[in-house]
Design a protein around this ligand. Structure first.
Ligand SMILES: NC(=O)c1ccc[n+]([C@@H]2O[C@H](COP(=O)([O-])OP(=O)(O)OC[C@H]3O[C@@H](n4cnc5c(N)ncnc54)[C@H](OP(=O)(O)O)[C@@H]3O)[C@@H](O)[C@H]2O)c1
Length: 306
């Protein structure tokens, strides 16, 4: 049965998340109706306000997925299990359930799918660092490429939040020191680009890297945040090896730590040749989408106001 709704809502999976909530906001601002599948409707309502339709359910349940897809015209997948509580179900949530969503979307006659992935995926890095998360993203991207969907993959750079999250008592503590330069993006820009992408019909079959205007080091980020906020933030590199040993000893008691260390290693190994492409990736975004890019300075200023 074809249950596709040409005028129906867009379903955002992970719509209450760090990136998802901005995707919802941008879609609503454009007058587009949206639906969110969330495990906790009351929390989703608090996060998203009144604009979005909320279906309470779990992506691991086929029944919930079928209900959420009913009458929708497109799907944005921005779901993540990268939390201490969910990490044991990482593969189930981010891979197996997303594949099930694609299966059910196909049955429902929905063709437009936008998938939020990571900025860049390197087979050699995945193999060297045994990154389950990157492997899962690659599996989904490969499935989309080989499918008949009208798909777009949006490869998100790490959120700019990463610079602020590492500050404790005016010290930016960076395990392993961080790479010489890292592209980051504001969640606001992710929301806007993803919303425009899912509403456009000329971006099918494309993998787009979403980044802010430049790639910078953690030292440089600390310097700029100090300048804007007027409060000195000192950068400090902390060794990764002790954290790695603890993560190995405490696994499987605390599998999250091992995944976290894996993510930090991926970040510290950020490929320099990809960094050199950041200005042109960003220019492409500016030429292709209608938005005002958010800079680190703008993010820092917004935090002073709060
Ligand atoms: N954050 C970053 O810096 C970053 C960087 C690069 C790429 N990405 C990618 O961007 C995407 C979104 O990441 P994020 O950081 O925005 O995630 P997040 O803040 O951790 O949010 C996770 C979302 O997944 C939903 N979710 C988790 N388990 C679920 C389940 N069983 N059923 C239904 N929904 C479930 C949660 O919804 P409820 O809690 O409402 O159920 C929540 O909305 C991911 O693909 C991530 O890999 C993120």
């Amino acid at each position: 049965m074809n249950t596709r709704g040409e005028n129906g809502p867009i379903l955002v999976l992970g719509g209450t998340g760090h990136y998802g909530r901005h995707i919802i906001r941008s879609l609503l601002q454009k007058g587009q109706s949206v639906r969110v599948l969330s495990r906790n409707a009351a929390n989703a309502r608090q996060v998203l306000g009144d604009g979005a339709e909320i279906v309470e359910g779990d992506i691991t349940s086929r029944k919930s997925v079928v209900e959420a897809l009913k009458g929708t015209k497109a799907v944005v997948i921005s779901v993540s299990a990268f939390t201490p509580r969910l990490i044991r179900r990482l593969r189930l949530i981010e891979r197996d359930s997303v594949l099930m969503v694609l299966e059910e979307a196909h049955k429902a006659g929905i063709s437009r799918v936008v998938y939020i992935s990571v900025y860049d995926i390197r087979e050699d890095l995945i193999a060297r660092l045994h990154s389950d998360i990157a492997r899962i993203k690659l599996d989904i991207e490969t499935t989309l490429r080989e499918s008949g969907f009208n798909w777009t993959v949006l490869g998100a750079a790490p959120s700019m939040e990463i610079f602020f999250a590492m500050i404790r008592r005016s010290i930016m503590m960076v395990p392993g020191g961080g790479p010489p330069a890292l592209p980051t993006v504001s969640p606001v820009d992710v929301g806007e680009i993803a919303a425009q992408t899912v509403l456009r019909d000329d971006l099918g079959g494309k993998r787009i890297r979403m980044t802010g205007p430049e790639a910078i080091s953690f030292q440089e980020a600390a310097r700029r945040i100090s300048e804007i906020t007027g409060r000195r933030v000192r950068y400090r590199s902390i060794p990764l090896i002790p954290l790695k040993i603890v993560s190995m000893v405490t696994y499987p008691l605390n599998p999250f730590l091992r995944h976290l260390v894996g993510m930090i290693e991926l970040m510290n190994s950020f490929p320099p040749d990809v960094v050199t492409e950041v200005p042109q990736d960003h220019q492409w975004l500016v030429n292709t989408f209608s938005y005002t890019p958010t800079t680190l300075e703008m993010e820092a200023r917004a935090r002073i106001r709060v």
